[in-house]
Design a protein around this ligand. Structure first.
Ligand SMILES: Cc1ncc(COP(=O)(O)O)c(C=O)c1O
Length: 461
């Protein structure tokens, strides 16, 4: 069949649907909150009993009778309680995004100027910018080429006297070599913050993702496995970290009383990361459907991968997943092994799009390529924390070559976001069909330097 780019009929005419899952029950719940005029119920000032309340386990805080609280309103506390039950963790702290959640979690570890935190470069910008937002230096280590997640060996090589923490990023919901990262952190006395933005409801070695480290953070933004539009949840087993996250979320310095210990105030400096009641209520409803929604992702993904491997195994390889039994991906990641059949990945992506198949050819850019880090900018005219006198490595900070991440980004990565409801295996068939077309037309497409536009072949990217 003729490629759409060369005047043929595209494989797919209708867009893939990746919509929020909205139920009648959810509409009723939100309407009822609106009737109650319950938009938010946080109090950002000390009230009687705040010191006790702020340390309650999430399951206990649900039972508070106060209409307004330093822990937010009934819907926020219900979401946290349900989240904790689902993820088997004592503390869940709902926030207005995973970006805020990551920033709060890092600050809650009492990290700050002079400290380094190691992460991989292959993620959405917020994973690394949250580190700088917390006044900490991000140090980029390479990914494992198969899992697309942080390489334990590269992370170990990046440790310095300033390293205080590691952030495994569960890219496309994959835990990667989390066990090795945890054991490295344990040996070196480092804290672990999991970026589990894409991994709600998934287990790794029996325990939920997000709950393996000192703190974990989930995103509830619109395209995620469950979504409230914007939102996030921090989880931790550690009461002190939970208290600090709750203070950071809600004007901590205003909530604590006069004789609060200094430690409680460190890094709790006036942020407002609160989630509103309406979004929390949507989250409560969505959480009830998490298994259903995750199972749809699992079914679509397994179908797609099986057919891809069976039919095109010599030129495309799925991301290596380290917890396949519970894997329900946010997006399906693949490596295009261009060298085998000499069609560049960029050409594949362009042809797929013209065939009606949206695809990510890499991420928008490696986080380590961001000018913010390349030029070591950040706060103020003097570029703190990079230039801070407390930062002992300021003269030698550099961004390593990250060959695995570079290769994945520039040559191999293909990502499909169409895994979630209401897509079905039938929709996956269109992706397969488009690959078939590419391979049937490989004589038109081979030649690494060339790339196609709508009028034919042109050179370079
Ligand atoms: C891995 C990862 N980390 C962090 C974020 C930031 O999440 P949010 O949009 O909730 O701030 C995202 C969102 O796309 C993400 O995918």
């Amino acid at each position: 069949m003729k490629l759409a780019l060369l005047g043929g009929k595209p494989v797919r005419h209708k867009p893939f649907k990746s919509q929020p899952y909205v139920t009648e029950e959810m509409i009723k719940r939100v309407a009822s909150l609106l009737r109650e005029k319950r938009l938010t119920r946080f109090i950002g000032s000390p009230v009687e009993g705040s010191r006790r309340i702020i340390g309650l386990k999430s399951r206990e805080s649900e039972d508070l009778r106060d209409a307004f609280s330093v822990l937010g309103g009934p819907s926020v506390r219900k979401l946290e309680s349900e989240w904790s039950k689902k993820h088997e963790v004592d503390y869940s702290v709902a926030v207005n995004s995973a970006t805020s959640g990551l920033t709060a979690a890092i600050m809650a570890l009492n990290l700050g100027p002079g400290d380094e935190l190691i992460c991989s470069p292959f993620s959405f910008t917020a994973s690394a910018t949250a580190i700088v937002a917390a006044n900490v230096i991000p140090v980029f280590a390479d990914i494992d080429p198969e899992t697309f997640c942080l390489s334990p060996e590269s992370a170990e090589a990046a440790i310095t006297d300033c390293t205080r923490a590691i952030m495994p990023i569960h890219w496309n919901s994959n835990a990667g070599q989390l066990e090795e990262i945890l054991s490295l952190a344990d040996q070196k006395g480092l804290k672990v913050v999991e970026d589990a933005s894409q991994s709600p409801g998934m287990r790794y070695r029996g325990k939920h993702l997000g709950t393996h480290g000192d703190a974990g953070v989930f995103s509830l933004n619109e395209p995620k496995n469950i979504m409230t539009g914007e939102g996030g949840v921090i989880v931790t087993h550690d009461r002190d970290i939970a208290i600090k996250c709750r203070l950071i979320r809600n004007h901590g310095e205003a909530i604590v009383d006069e004789d609060a210990p200094d430690d409680l105030l460190i890094n709790a400096i006036g942020y407002n990361f609160r989630l509103v009641e309406l979004l929390a209520e949507i989250g409560v409803d969505q959480l009830q459907h998490l298994e259903y929604l995750n199972n749809i992702r699992k079914e679509n993904y397994e179908y797609l991968v099986q057919r891809m491997v069976n039919e095109f195994g010599n030129c495309i390889k799925p991301q290596k997943i380290t917890h396949p039994e519970s894997y329900c991906p946010y997006a399906a990641g693949f490596r295009w092994l261009a060298s085998d059949i000499v069609i560049h990945r960029n050409i594949v992506a362009k042809v797929l799009r013209s065939e009606g198949i949206p695809v990510a050819d890499g991420i928008s850019r490696l986080m380590s390529d961001n000018p913010l880090f390349q030029r070591q900018l950040a706060y103020g005219r003097d570029h703190c924390p990079f230039s801070c006198h407390l930062y002992k490595n300021r003269a030698i900070y550099f961004i390593r070559d990250l060959p695995n991440a570079r290769k994945l980004q520039d040559e191999e990565y293909l990502g499909f976001f169409q895994m979630g409801w209401p897509n079905t295996p039938e929709d996956m068939d269109d992706i397969i069909q488009a690959f078939k077309k590419i391979l049937d037309n490989k004589h038109h497409l081979s030649g690494k330097a060339s790339i196609i536009n709508n009028s034919g072949f042109v050179s370079g990217r």
